[in-house]
Design a protein around this ligand. Structure first.
Ligand SMILES: C[S@@+](CC[C@H](N)C(=O)[O-])C[C@H]1O[C@@H](n2cnc3c(N)ncnc32)[C@H](O)[C@@H]1O
Length: 286
């Protein structure tokens, strides 16, 4: 495993988080602990990081440091946990959404269409519904809704019908099966088509957009005035949610007019950074 792993937008996160040595920070998406480690480096012995992640991979990379509390939970329960730990208000929150590179690399999780794998897509293995269940049980209308809303793919209805027709003949159980039954829709730009199709299923399986909305609502409550909220998104659906939330919030004020993007140097080194967008808001009112 890559122990010198450099988190996305590392310098920008540290700059905008404005870490106070004795502050309390939340890393909502611990991953391999890249952002947590950078925050810990800025804290004195009184500072704290509370980190959340649902992934078993994250659990295997917990930094051994008394100032870090790792919680294996969806970040949509952040407020309850912070309340339980007596750590409200906090000085800053960072969320670097999506999946980590080792999650993508472990083929058995089926996060990528590139390697044949069971259609799972759960970040949290305690969730009961997998992508295979969704493909097996959903109606044409439900599938079309997932494909158009979460994948922004068209013709969603026709793609959904093709899936339902194919599953009558043979169960669709692996990423390779799904790739094969939808191939005729992928002609123009297969890479874009399949990444969006898998993105759509992943969002549905993990209820990702609602979890993000929950996080934003709770962040607004648990931050202290002057505290900062940083969200790194990787696709337009998430970025739109963050942008709109900041725009309508009476307690948060967005700090830059447009999202902060990685430098050319970073995108050259790290493919994943290419679609990253960082939005920052400061709590201005209780
Ligand atoms: C892009 S990685 C974070 C990488 C991390 N910033 C680092 O530097 O190592 C995203 C992580 O967030 C986790 N994650 C995504 N959605 C989550 C949620 N709703 N609740 C908790 N963890 C989540 C994933 O399991 C994954 O490990």
């Amino acid at each position: 495993m890559d122990m010198v792993h450099k988190p996305v937008l590392a310098n920008e996160v540290i700059k905008y988080l404005n870490v106070k040595p004795e502050g309390r920070y939340v890393d909502a998406t611990y991953g391999l602990g890249g952002h947590s480690r950078m925050i810990l480096d800025k804290l004195n012995e009184h500072g704290k990081v509370v980190a959340f992640d649902v992934s078993p991979i994250a659990e295997q990379h917990i930094i051994n440091d008394d100032r870090l509390t790792f919680i294996k939970s969806n970040f949509r329960y952040m407020k309850n946990w912070l309340d339980f730990l007596g750590l409200i208000p906090v000085d800053g929150i960072i969320a670097d959404l999506g999946v980590s590179s080792p999650q993508l690399d472990v083929a058995s999780q089926g996060f990528t269409y590139r390697t044949p794998a069971p259609l799972d897509l759960r970040m949290d293995k305690d969730l009961s519904v997998t992508a295979e269940d969704i493909i097996r049980k959903s109606s044409v209308e439900q599938l079309a809704e997932i494909i158009s809303q979460y994948g922004e793919l068209e013709p969603a209805q026709a793609i959904a019908s093709a899936i339902v027709e194919a599953r009558r003949k043979q169960p669709i159980v692996s990423s390779a099966d799904l790739v094969s039954v939808t191939r005729r829709f992928a002609r123009g730009n297969p890479k874009r088509f399949y990444s969006r199709l898998f993105q759509a299923l992943r969002i549905a399986v993990n209820d990702e957009l609602n979890a993000l909305k929950d996080l934003l609502e709770q962040a607004e409550e648990v931050l202290r005035v002057g505290g900062r909220l940083l969200i790194i998104t990787f696709h337009s659906l998430e970025d739109r949610i963050v942008k709109q939330f900041f725009a309508k919030s009476e307690k948060l004020e967005e700090l830059e007019d447009s999202p902060v993007l990685p430098s050319h140097a970073e995108t050259r080194e790290n493919r994943r950074a290419r679609s990253a967008k960082l939005r920052i808001a400061e709590k201005v009112k209780e």
